[in-house]
Design a protein around this ligand. Sequence first.
Ligand SMILES: Nc1ncnc2c1ncn2[C@@H]1O[C@H](COP(=O)(O)OP(=O)(O)O)[C@@H](O)[C@H]1O
Ligand SMILES: [Mg+2]
Length: 243
Amino acid sequence: MNSVLRLENISHAFGQQPIFDNLYMSVANNTVVSIVGASGVGKTTLFNIAAGLLTPWAGRVFINGVDTTGQAGTVGYMLQKDLLLPFKTVFDNIALPLTLQGFSKAKIADIVNPQLASFGLQGLEHQYPQALSGGQRQRAALLRTYLSDNPIMLLDEPFSALDFVTKDEMYHWFSQLQKRLQLTCLIITHDIDEAIYLSDELYVLKGSPAIFTQKFSIPKDEGFLDSQAYLQLKKQILTAIQS
Ligand SMILES: Nc1ncnc2c1ncn2[C@@H]1O[C@H](COP(=O)(O)OP(=O)(O)O)[C@@H](O)[C@H]1O
Ligand SMILES: [Mg+2]
């Protein structure tokens, strides 16, 4: 399979604090990969490196085979606290990356409007963010990221601020959307159930400096989520994170 994102031999430190030592990973086209790991291990830093916002001390980032190390604007990136601007309408928030690219108003409407229904935002586009539910705001932020039109979306804890009922609905919705739009996604999460539900592969980031200590393939068979095998896998992942 072709990898959309490949990280090769990434090493980094902040001053005297080592962060990564010779880290390697790849995300194949049209797959969802999750990264799980303790708080402070370096997950967001790794995203900043993959997004080209931070140049690692050593190693290379490739997007579709092209070296993009230290080069911003090559991935869709939804930050851990990706707040919508409160003084802009939902539409203008979503359109932000397109506005920044200098598209005309008419062109922006042509791009944004057909997507509103898929993202459950039709009829809400003229509201301000505070009038939306947490799930709706999150979908607006996801649509904005999607419209940056890059080959991969990096989502830093995209559902962590939501209550568990909303989360469940969002998992279901996102998973359908991902299949339909054939999205390639790298997701950071604290939630193992979420990681199993959404991903094809899961990497455990651990240590100081951190490396990927284990990689799991997630079965996608029907009924897996209700099986004993699911509970076993969850236990294995927990052990991998904690041990
Ligand atoms: N710009 C920075 N300068 C110095 N230290 C940083 C910087 N960014 C992150 N760190 C440190 O790097 C470590 C990893 O941070 P982070 O990547 O945010 O972890 P995570 O997302 O896994 O919780 C933390 O100890 C954090 O304090
Ligand atoms: Mg983080």
